[in-house]
Design a protein around this ligand. Structure first.
Ligand SMILES: Nc1ncnc2c1ncn2[C@@H]1O[C@H](COP(=O)(O)OP(=O)(O)OP(=O)(O)O)[C@@H](O)[C@H]1O
Ligand SMILES: [Mg+2]
Length: 371
């Protein structure tokens, strides 16, 4: 436990100092020296802007955000793609090599010269957040995305979260398998495991939402002014009761349907605007700003709690935002310490940006060049 915490702190503080992309969609090769702060990628439709962000996402998470099949991301006629980079630790000049190669069936991850078996260490070493036009699904889509949002934060702030989360997932899948087989014989052991891990997962998510709240309020008041917004978490069971009591009381119901109805796997959160669910009343642009507020709050909290700058990818920043809000948003990004990669089709996005610590890249037919 103590060991893992020491390790955890040592590998934080990262931003990308060098990026080498090979065979990602229409990008044959791209070699970038990004700014530690703001990076703009500007170019026409189909030029490779999202593919560049996809590459950085692969470097931080070992998977794409557009496709679950790496075969679709690998450049046509090629067998594998490679994304490599160097991440800077803290304020120092020392950099750590990091790399991911995806074949059609094979995945290789390297960090500081070591091969990694799981992506967890990579995700911790180079935290990447993504904001894209479809991110408003975070507010009006299925609850899974909102649980993943809380889990991402809890994972980064709590070194033991992943083990507990995995323990919960294993217990849930075993309990559901037993329920599907039509018997409750031996279910006590899975109830016990579910409660043991589930309570910890629930507490970690709840604690994360508590820590996030002030950052969310700062961001949302910057973007959406005086309307009072709040973030309400839902546990996934009737919180006035203990989870073990709920599992026992639900047993007949669970057996009939063949799955576990209550528990942290049903957790969720909602954003309220003036005490009403925001998703039912906000305009498209306001929803987009609200998603920005949530994700930038995550990044800001990471910045302040771990001293980790992390990296935020913003695809198509301008879409659905009026000029005033674009300027507001860029002003907010300038105040943060994180590294941003921002794509746009219209170079006028750069006019209010202020060029301090800003790098601009032009994408054209899969070629990305620094301007
Ligand atoms: N596996 C692949 N191999 C080669 N090219 C691909 C592959 N998958 C997609 N492409 C092409 O890559 C190009 C770049 O797509 P990308 O989504 O990165 O463009 P973009 O610059 O983000 O455009 P937009 O402004 O429309 O969002 C597209 O023309 C697409 O057809
Ligand atoms: Mg795109």
């Amino acid at each position: 436990m103590a060991m893992s915490i020491i390790h955890f702190v040592q590998i934080a503080h990262m931003s990308l100092a060098k990026l080498d992309v090979t065979n990602v969609r229409n990008i044959e090769t791209a070699n970038l020296n990004p700014s530690p702060r703001l990076n703009f990628i500007v170019g026409p439709n189909g030029s490779g802007k999202t593919s560049l962000l996809e590459s950085i996402h692969i470097l931080g998470r070992a998977r794409s955000f557009r496709s679950t099949q790496s075969g679709q991301v690998i450049r046509f006629q090629q067998d594998s793609l490679t994304v490599a980079g160097r991440v800077i630790e803290g304020e120092g000049l020392a950099t750590t090599p990091i790399g991911v190669r995806l074949g059609r069936r094979k995945r290789e991850i390297a960090l500081a010269g070591n091969r990694l078996q799981s992506s967890a260490e990579l995700i911790r070493a180079f935290p990447v957040l993504l904001i894209q036009p479809s991110s408003s699904g975070l507010l009006d889509g299925a609850p899974k995305a909102r649980r993943q949002f809380l889990d991402w934060g809890a994972f980064h702030l709590d070194a033991s979260f992943l083990d507990n989360w995995r323990g919960y997932a294993r217990a849930l899948s075993q309990r559901n398998a037993l329920l599907r087989s039509g018997t409750s014989r031996g279910i006590e052991i899975w109830n016990h495991e579910l409660v043991r891990y589930g309570t910890i997962v629930d507490c970690a998510r709840f604690a994360y939402a508590e820590r996030l709240r002030p950052y969310f309020h700062t961001a949302v008041s910057h973007f959406l002014g005086q309307m009072p917004f709040d973030l309400d978490t839902v546990a996934g069971w009737d919180r006035t009761k203990q989870l073990d009591e709920v599992l026992i009381a639900d047993l007949a119901h669970d057996l009939r349907d063949g799955y576990t109805h209550s528990g942290p796997h049903k957790a969720d959160f909602q954003v309220q605007a003036d005490d009403r669910p925001a998703k039912n009343y906000l305009s498209r642009g306001q929803m987009k700003l609200l998603v920005f507020a949530l994700l930038l709050a995550q990044s800001h909290l990471l910045e302040e709690s771990l001293g980790s700058k992390g990296c935020v990818l913003i695809d198509d920043l301008a879409s659905e935002l009026d000029n005033g809000n674009r300027i507001k948003l860029l002003g907010f990004l300038h105040q943060r310490q994180a590294q941003f990669f921002i794509t746009a089709t219209d170079p006028r996005i750069l006019e209010p940006a202020g060029m301090v610590e800003t790098a601009v890249f032009h994408a054209e037919n899969g070629r990305v060049t620094q301007v």
